[in-house]
Design a protein around this ligand. Sequence first.
Ligand SMILES: Nc1ncnc2c1ncn2[C@@H]1O[C@H](COP(=O)(O)OP(=O)(O)OP(=O)(O)O)[C@@H](O)[C@H]1O
Length: 306
Amino acid sequence: MTNNNLWFVIINPTSGNGASKKKWPEIERLLKTYKFEFEFMFTEHENHSIYLVQNAINQGFINIICIGGDGTLHNVVNGIMLQNVVPSNLINVGVIPIGTGNDWVKTHGITNHFENAIITIKNGALKTQDVGKIIIENKFKTPMYFINLAGIGFDGFVVSKVNKYKHLGAIAYLSGALLGLFSFKNFHSKVCVNSSIIESKTLMILIGICQYSGGGMQLTKTPNPFDGLLDISIVKNIGKIDILKNVVNLFNGKITNHKKVVKYKCKSIKVEITDSSKPFIQADGELLGTGNLEISIVPKAFSFYC
Ligand SMILES: Nc1ncnc2c1ncn2[C@@H]1O[C@H](COP(=O)(O)OP(=O)(O)OP(=O)(O)O)[C@@H](O)[C@H]1O
């Protein structure tokens, strides 16, 4: 039986370089002030929130509050999408963003001010956005899900390097990108999208649902989390000096106008790596692995307070 009045709160104590843990006593006090009835748990290891969410849903919770950054929310979404007890769009998630990048909330205008974030949740207005579904060939075809942006290639490479600089916030992604620029090798890929086949040497392939990633960069042209479509940028063999010249354009979105960026809107996309390199795949800033992959959209699958 579902419980509409009780909330399950998940806190990643490591997110925001430990800020979630530090701020929890104040948030707990505010939740009580705003008359939330809730149970809470801290995550104890990576991906723990997937299990916590599923356990909560099995117990009847349909209202979840996620306290952490994009990675914690990514895991909460995966917990919801990978269960079969309740349709995913009937699980309602409130987000109190305490991460380093906090990129997903930027699209929806959810505030980083945690009392205001709590008030937003209390007001009870819900939106339901699309979710991306990724199947990586060598991962036994277990799907993984994302709500913001997935990337293959240089984008994944930066995520693999960025962890040790994360305390620098948005600068972490930029410094990771600049430091990695000269060691990353472009790769050959074959992309099937909307019955076109694009074979090229590639810097990265970006699959967007929401607008911001990497601490505020805008890497796909017109992502819309409610249109049932993936927003694709295939960044072809762009030179390193050219990227350096375009750093500002990564943030203002003009990078998508570069002549070596090809753009598509689609419901699904297949990516095959056609050389021996193994470019990293990231989704919502979390590293997923390497391999050929297929991404599709699950329309209106994730409900959140906004
Ligand atoms: N108890 C824990 N110990 C170690 N890692 C954890 C724990 N709980 C969750 N994690 C992992 O912490 C990682 C980072 O979390 P999250 O992304 O929410 O914070 P952040 O990196 O500060 O924020 P952002 O992604 O917005 O920049 C996630 O990959 C998650 O799996």
